[in-house]
Design a protein around this ligand. Sequence first.
Ligand code: IMP
Ligand code: MG
Length: 182
Amino acid sequence: MNELSKYYDKVLMTEEEIKKMVARLGAEITRDYAGKKLFLICVLKGGFVFMADLVRAIDLPLEVDFIAVSSYGSSTKTSGVVRLLKDIDKPLNDKHVLIVEDIMDSGLTLNYIKSMFVNRNPLSVKVCTAFDKPERRKVDITPDYVGAVIPDEFVIGYGLDYDGILRNLPDLCILKRDIYEK
Ligand code: IMP
Ligand code: MG
């Protein structure tokens, strides 16, 4: 990924470290949901890389679906306004829902999504996030599964974008400040 190296100075987590992190989460989820009907709902677009890896680390029969919510646009700060762009296809009454998200920052997005699913009365709703920046939380929400707690920096790669690009970086990297502080 030589062409993309100009966008970051620092690798926060390597592909190898992320692989271990996903294996650990998969094992935990496999243990916790044994014998249950697991339904993973990925938050697009950022969650797609993590979701693809996570499902293959879970040793249970499971179903998947995808939702899409409005994103930051070109800014690196949240607007606080969440808009549902794509919903799931099925009712949730007999399901144990696990929401799969790339990163939790203010928590506003997850808070909105979680309450939306809770209102549909599934058997349970939990949250799994690959990365968490708990220092930046604006609402009281704690993810049930966290891959890694990271510092308050804008990160890219492993599904996470800046201005729509850089999701394909295999490592999690810190975006160069001069790229967004112009
Ligand atoms: P929250 O609503 O502030 O928790 O923001 C969650 C969403 O913001 C995530 O799903 C990401 O799409 C985006 N986001 C937050 N922090 C970062 C980051 O460091 N890099 C890329 N996207 C981010
Ligand atoms: Mg996202």
